[in-house]
Design a protein around this ligand. Structure first.
Ligand code: FAE
Length: 548
């Protein structure tokens, strides 16, 4: 079987050689770095300093997710002053309950971006609807609705790193040419993936502990079912502090992953960007951030500089000020949707007329599709489930699907196995400007998820047949098997070497760069943030060497 070779009881996990032999490049880059979680514990907080109207900055970064954080750190270390503009909050202050972030099972005003009713990825459970009314607030998770798909995104300083599952996966090298066809794979696997993994603090859970931890029973059940049907099962690195997780399980520290925290933020344990890249950026003394500021325009200002217009928001989402600043260089790091929408509108309305016809195109959902399986009574998945996934079923080569074994941290025994599959889906959508409606639309069609469902079925139909089990039909609506209405992994919209040159420089406007997930043409074959980070490391190195 192709599972990661496992250490015997009481061991401290598989050796480096075992991991590399067992999982090939999925884990290789993370392990080869020789750096690990220790590199990730810088502590300085990025100073929140609302930018004054009329300011002039050397480099302005729109967005504080992976791409933006890499840009800010590397520019600052090269001696460039940076101001980051972030539409979400800084998430550094505890609420009335003493916690910064709300729990996954108890959403409140902090949980959703400017909604009065939650929009949970799973709409129901055992026939009970999960959504509820909440006060409108600039919360942490945006469920942004387009015609055919809901796109979940993190909002706040740290972007998607605040809400994601922390799965830090380097694609198998054989898949890389399809992920980023114009990028030298040797460079990425020798230099930039190791650099990204080290800086993100990527590490693997201790296999010996995992084998008996109650909170990973759901993953071991996932492994048993995968292996009994002949599928390769792989352990996957992550950015959770695995030592902290063991202490949570021992009851010696406050619980976070074991309290089910993930979708609305982790109060402890997760090495999100404010604890890694952004802490190191803050330590340079050259990087400042304006939270609750949303960029609405970037226009040529003469002399090679740009005028950046932004709205300052209050926590109710009202505009309290409009500011215009000048920047010598502007980095679009607002995420695939944020950057894709902004550039599409600026091109269509003639504000940035030099942008080419590739703007807004090449958008994909990373083939995301979810499903649950109902297990037999003799296969309980556990009342306690760590919210940080650690493993997946890798059927990419044979069936075009990589299925993460995901938790259902409900606190009760559900006898359910739950999966988020990343699949090879050929469909690509485009953003366009709807002048009548005054907004950017996306032409993704719900039916385009069918290839993803077919790919996921190559795994789960076979497992169900072997185990004599069935799909859950209560998670995504009444009698609905597939979570095919959403993505967690938007990619594309300003694709590398098409909308930009091969390093993210936007065509037609020198001094404008794209440095986030919008550069990647729709699919990474695994979870995307390590690839977004590594590509940003590659591009910013070139830009600093040649443009600054
Ligand atoms: P991103 O992190 O989204 O950052 C963009 C930032 O720009 C955000 O903070 C926005 O608020 C901000 N912004 C947008 N528009 C504007 C504007 N006009 N003005 C100012 N600021 C703006 O972009 N990926 C994995 O690899 N592993 C996982 O386990 C995983 N789990 C996930 C779970 C969930 C629930 C979600 C939603 C995502 C998950 N992802 C995961 C995806 C991952 O977080 C995502 O690919 C990256 O965060 C994208 O990075 P970017 O730098 O492109």
């Amino acid at each position: 079987m192709n599972a990661v070779p496992l250490q015997g009881p009481g061991g401290r996990g598989p050796s480096r050689r075992q991991l590399l032999a067992g999982t090939s490049s999925i884990l290789g880059a993370a392990i080869l770095t020789g750096h690990g979680p220790a590199a990730a514990h810088a502590t300085a907080a990025l100073p929140a300093a609302p930018i004054p109207d009329g300011a002039h900055v050397a480099a302005l970064v729109i967005g504080t997710g992976y791409g933006g954080s890499v840009a800010a750190l590397r520019l600052a270390r090269a001696g460039v002053d940076v101001h980051m503009i972030e539409m979400g909050m800084s998430w550094d202050t505890a609420g009335p309950d003493g916690r910064i972030f709300a729990n996954t099972t108890r959403p409140d005003h902090r949980s959703f971006w400017l909604r009065t009713r939650t929009k949970q990825p799973l709409s129901g459970f055992l026939g009970f609807p999960l959504d509820k009314d909440v006060p409108r607030y600039t919360g942490i998770l945006d469920a942004e609705e387009f015609g055919g798909i809901t796109v979940y995104q993190g909002r706040g300083v740290g972007g998607g790193s605040l809400v994601n599952g922390g799965m830090a996966v380097t694609p198998r090298r054989e898949n890389f040419p399809a992920v980023l066809p114009s990028v030298d794979a040797d460079e990425m696997y020798d230099v930039y993936y190791p650099r990204a993994n080290a800086a993100l603090g990527v590490g693997v859970v201790d296999q010996g502990w995992w084998e008996s931890a109650a909170c990973y029973q759901y993953a071991r059940v996932g492994r048993k079912h995968a292996e009994r049907s002949g599928f390769p099962f792989v352990m996957v690195p992550g950015v959770y502090d695995w030592d902290y997780l063991e202490q949570e399980a021992a009851g010696t520290v406050p619980a976070s992953a074991l309290a089910g925290e993930v979708l609305f933020g982790n109060n402890h344990g997760k090495k999100s960007l404010p604890k890694t890249y952004l802490a190191r950026a803050a330590a340079t003394g050259r990087v400042f951030v304006s939270p609750l500021h949303k960029v609405t325009s970037v226009a040529p200002a003469g002399g090679g500089a740009y005028t950046v217009v932004m709205e300052q928001l209050n926590t109710g989402g009202d505009v309290t000020a409009v500011k215009a600043v000048t920047a010598d260089k502007v980095f679009f790091a607002a995420g695939s949707v944020g950057t894709g929408k902004l550039l599409t509108r600026l091109k269509a309305t003639g504000v940035l007329p030099g942008l080419n016809g590739e703007i807004g195109r090449g958008w994909g959902d990373n083939g995301n599709v979810m499903c649950g399986r109902a297990n037999h009574m003799w296969d309980p998945t556990g009342t306690l489930q760590a919210s940080m996934p650690t493993a997946g079923i890798d059927n990419w080569r044979a069936g075009g699907a990589f299925a993460e074994v995901a938790p259902l941290p409900t606190g009760i025994e559900t006898y359910a196995s739950f999966y988020l599959s990343i699949t090879r889906n050929p469909h690509r959508a485009a953003f366009s400007w709807d002048a009548a409606a005054g907004k950017v639309v996306l032409d993704w069609q719900t039916s385009w998820k069918q290839p993803s469902i077919d790919a996921a079925r190559t795994i789960f139909d076979r497992i169900n047949a072997k185990e004599g089990t069935i799909y859950r039909t209560d998670l995504f609506g009444a009698y609905k098997i597939w979570g095919d209405h959403l993505t967690y992994h938007p990619l594309g919209g300003a694709v590398l070497n098409r909308a930009t040159d091969n390093y993210g420089r936007l065509h037609g406007h020198p001094g404008l760069y794209v440095i986030d997930g919008s550069l990647i043409p729709g699919n990474t074959s695994v979870n995307p943030f390590v690839t977004i980070t590594a590509l940003a490391e590659r591009n910013i190195e070139k830009i600093i060497a040649t443009d600054l």
